[in-house]
Design a protein around this ligand. Structure first.
Ligand code: IPD
Ligand code: CA
Ligand code: CA
Length: 304
């Protein structure tokens, strides 16, 4: 029987170089590729993996943990004074440095555990709260998305631009369901209903990092999700910004990393999506400044 890795051609494809001169981005690419290779090695034996529940509808496997260790080891060897925020290991390394790597070692764990071929490694570097570079690597398709602040975004060796789609009616959007914290499901379903009737289609593929990368390369015209973590979106946000797209929170502001709520699209569609979403905003989806008390302050964040 053919395994998923064969079906997707991962074993047959040759390596495509990252093609970057930036040392930090180069190290991130190396870490993402190594983690991706590790993930693919496990793909035909997911049944034998130890899977632990982390919370409601939230699972972690030993592959997530090993991949994160691999990434942190590579980055830490190159940059011993940097800090790390990983989905599985939390804050590690220097807490006082200016540089923090934000890591999702396996975005799309549920897909991976079901053999559904849509998952990725996501690594971003923040400098004093600003996104500096980002890498998203799809190990099955061997698609490497990279971005450097001010230096553009690439898919393998091709420069990326967001789509030019200018009507919602013809747009293909991506989204994620709020399946972990379900307190905003009603608001979310209102948004979904609104956008579903006005667009060509909506996809829920199960990896926010790849959804964002797909906006950057124009496969999706827009995307929104509520309740993301920084490691889900940091690299993808920079990719989209560098590919000419707009990224906001659901109030059309810039607090996406703080709120975890993100709305992104090409510049022609962003306003239309915002108008569709706005009537369904609740207080729980609005930004509340730290200390304001309205929203749970999460420790899973790099302070901005
Ligand atoms: C999840 C995926 C999913 C999104 C969730 C994320 P994980 O990440 O990105 O698409 O809807 O909010 O938590 O847990 O597979 O790394
Ligand atoms: Ca994730
Ligand atoms: Ca993950």
């Amino acid at each position: 029987m053919r395994g998923l890795a064969d079906i997707c051609g991962a074993k047959r494809l040759v390596n495509i170089p990252g093609g970057t001169m930036d040392p930090m981005l180069n190290i991130a690419v190396r870490a993402a590729r190594n983690a991706g290779d590790l993930i693919v090695r496990y793909i035909d034996r997911v049944e034998s993996l130890t899977v632990t529940p982390k919370g409601r509808n939230d699972f972690v496997s030993e592959v997530d943990r090993q991949a994160e260790r691999e990434i942190v080891n590579i980055l830490q060897k190159a940059y011993p004074s940097h800090g790390f925020l990983g989905e599985e290991g939390g804050h590690q390394g220097s807490a006082r440095g200016d540089f923090v790597w934000v890591i999702d070692p396996l975005d799309g764990t549920t897909n991976f555990l079901h053999g559904f071929p849509q998952f990725a490694v996501s690594i971003a570097l923040m400098h004093r709260g600003h996104l500096e570079c980002g890498v998203i690597y799809d190990p099955l398709r061997q698609e490497l998305f990279t971005a450097k602040r001010g230096g553009g975004a690439m898919l393998n060796s091709r420069r990326l631009r967001v789509s030019k789609q200018n009507t919602l009616k013809a747009a293909l959007l991506g989204t994620g369901f709020p399946f972990k914290d379900q307190s905003q499901v009603v608001a979310y379903l209102g948004m979904l209903r609104e956008l579903m009737k006005d667009t060509a289609g909506i996809r829920r593929a199960g990896s926010a990092a790849l959804d964002l990368a797909y906006v950057a390369c124009g496969r999706l015209d827009g995307f929104w999700e509520i309740g993301l973590k920084q490691w889900d979106m940091a690299a993808g946000i920079l990719l989209i910004q560098e590919a000419g797209g707009i990224v906001t929170d659901l109030e059309n502001g810039d607090k996406y990393l703080e709120t975890g709520n993100v709305l992104t699209a090409n510049p022609r569609l962003h306003g239309f999506m915002f108008e569709a979403i706005r009537p369904h905003l609740t207080d729980g989806l609005r930004y509340a400044p730290p200390g304001g008390g309205a929203r749970d302050a999460s420790t899973d964040r790099v302070s901005l």
